[in-house]
Design a protein around this ligand. Structure first.
Ligand code: AMP
Ligand code: MG
Length: 350
């Protein structure tokens, strides 16, 4: 398949390119586009054939539902059976933004999107190109992350090109994704609302608005075993670089010491090792490639760099990634969720 790459400026979205991409979507084609969380792979959410192409291009298991992207709450009535008051409050507060709301679906939403579930995930992305594209297309856009299933989510146009060039009609290049981890998936069909996937909107932010928020118990366990996550996608090994990932958790000083001793061990077996550090610790490691994810005290900087760092280590052929854990507060909960899943719950506590 021929893939058209369209570069778009954020503050001056090219009308002609936008019309072209919107036309491809309306005609049942696939368009990868930037969002503030990660890049999405979009198709007409109400066209079952178009939606099937998403699953094929990504190699995505068909039991993993897709999030439907819309411009705002004006779409909620036609796509859902009912909108509880809490959902309305959250839409007003966090849309457009990195929050997906799981609601009872209307008959209009095809089962292919929801993997047969009676609910649908809705989100209005806060990216000028994404919003302009959905508005121009005039249809809801089903869009999972624009990567091959299982690979780290794409946060730059290069990541999308690496995974999907030749498999999709259009890739829109709109620069780097700011948030860097996916949206928070919140089930608002239950009371209190439950976080099914931690993401760009934090538990603390939701608590502040709602007063009471549950977290899917499977997210809080130390291993993925024995707990079936409520969001079907969360059960898959995910976000994985080709390298093995080991997360080291504990007091920062001890973590650094442990990682240095692991570096020495791996050297003996000629295994190439890379370290995912933070700004505060990046000078403390031996003679191995080190990528600092950002400032330990600003977890949003770490979220923005995580997936890119995984892919950067893959590009230089690193075999084992030793990653410092960070605090679970704020977006740190999403960072640690992605890191631990990438590690297959291979976590060393010190
Ligand atoms: P992705 O778009 O690839 O980042 O994945 C979307 C995530 O949202 C997956 O973990 C899905 O399982 C989850 N999801 C989407 N729709 C629903 C739904 N109706 N109910 C529960 N989880 C959902
Ligand atoms: Mg994904």
């Amino acid at each position: 398949m021929k893939t058209e790459i369209l570069k778009m400026e954020l503050n001056d979205v090219d009308k002609e390119k936008l019309r072209f991409a919107a036309e491809v979507l309306r005609g049942g084609g696939l368009v990868a586009f930037p969002t503030e969380t990660v890049y999405g792979l979009g198709a007409d959410a109400l066209n079952e054939n178009a939606v099937k192409k998403i699953f094929e291009a990504k190699g995505r298991p068909s039991d993993n539902p897709l999030i439907v992207h819309i411009t705002g709450k004006e779409w909620a009535d036609s796509l859902t059976a009912s909108v509880p008051p809490a959902a309305e409050i959250l839409m007003d507060r966090f849309w457009p933004g990195p929050l997906t709301l799981v609601l009872q679906k209307s008959d209009k939403v095809p089962g292919a999107i929801t993997a047969g579930l009676s609910t649908v995930g809705l989100r209005a992305p806060a990216h000028p190109v994404a919003l302009a594209l959905i508005r121009e297309a005039g249809i809801p856009i089903a869009a999972p992350s624009a990567n091959i299933s299982g690979r780290p989510s794409p946060t730059t146009p290069k990541h999308v090109i690496d995974d999907l060039y030749g498999k999709v009609d259009v890739i829109i290049d709109g620069g780097c994704s700011k948030v860097g981890v996916e949206s928070t998936v919140l089930d608002v069909t239950v009371t209190p609302p439950m976080i099914l996937r931690p993401g760009g909107v934090s538990y603390e932010q939701l608590l502040d608005v709602l007063g009471d928020v549950a977290i899917d118990p499977s997210l809080l366990k130390k291993s993925s075993e024995n707990f079936v996550p409520k969001a079907p996608g969360m059960k898959y090994k995910h976000y994985s670089p080709k390298a093995d990932v080991i997360v080291v958790e504990g007091e920062t000083e001890k973590v650094v010491r442990k990682i240095n001793s692991l570096i020495e061990e791996y050297k003996k077996s000629n295994t190439s090792v890379g370290v995912l550090s933070t700004d505060q610790t990046k000078m403390l490691y031996g003679d191995v490639p080190v990528i600092s994810l950002g400032d330990r005290l600003k977890p949003e900087t770490i979220a923005a760099n995580l997936f890119k760092a995984f892919r950067d280590f893959d590009d230089i052929g690193i075999e084992v990634i030793l990653a410092e854990a960070i605090n679970n507060q704020g977006i740190g909960l999403a960072v640690m969720n992605r890191m631990k899943k990438a590690a297959g719950y291979n976590i060393i506590k010190v």
